[in-house]
Design a protein around this ligand. Structure first.
Ligand SMILES: [Zn+2]
Length: 188
């Protein structure tokens, strides 16, 4: 597997990307441009430009979702170190030396992303309602933001698919319910 490329470090978070992220960007761009041309009957240049904008919106929405995890992690006292884009999604990254953490720390950090995405879902939904009378590409892009944040970053993230926040929540929720709370150790 190729090493991820370090891109930038905004807000003290290291943002990395694997080549598969760039491939996904092109794939999403292609599919959405095709859909815009076929379903919405937009001219090719308009479809390509809107498809590109929508794929950037998807990656920005993932960044926003990760900011939610980062904010929650900051509050627990066990901050995130960064994020790594892989394929169409990104994975939160934490320092290797943070040791064993209690179940509620893991749960709080996992909830942060879907909560931020739900906020963006509500805001974009409200903007879509305001733009509805005007219609046009702006409305379609805002609707895309709404649907993407709702289905992928809020509901999708909460489904226990093995690599999602939902899986993390289910795993650590079991520890809370069973009373098997793992003590915080400061392993160095
Ligand atoms: Zn997440």
């Amino acid at each position: 597997m190729k090493r991820p490329l370090k891109l930038v470090e905004p807000l003290g978070l290291e943002v990395k990307a694997r080549p598969s992220a760039l491939l996904s960007l092109f794939a999403i761009w292609t599919v959405l441009s095709f859909l815009a041309a076929k379903l919405l009957k937009w001219k090719p240049e308009m479809a390509i430009l809107s498809g590109f904008s929508a794929s950037l919106i998807h990656f920005a929405s993932e960044f926003w979702h990760q900011l939610g995890h980062a904010q929650a992690a900051e509050q627990t006292g066990y901050p995130m170190s960064g994020m790594e884009y892989r394929g169409p999604i990104a994975i939160s990254q934490y320092p290797d030396n943070e040791g064993m953490l209690s179940a509620d720390v893991h749960i709080q950090r996992a909830l942060g992303g879907p909560i931020f995405s739900l906020l963006l879902t509500i805001v974009s939904g409200a903007i879509a309602l305001l733009l509805r009378p005007k219609g046009g590409p702006a409305l379609i892009l805002v609707l895309f933001t709404f649907v993407d944040n709702l289905l992928v970053f809020t509901v999708g993230a909460l489904l226990p698919l093995g690599f999602t926040d939902g899986s993390t929540l289910l795993h650590w929720w079991g520890h809370l319910q069973g009373g098997k709370r793992v003590a915080i150790q400061q392993d160095r």
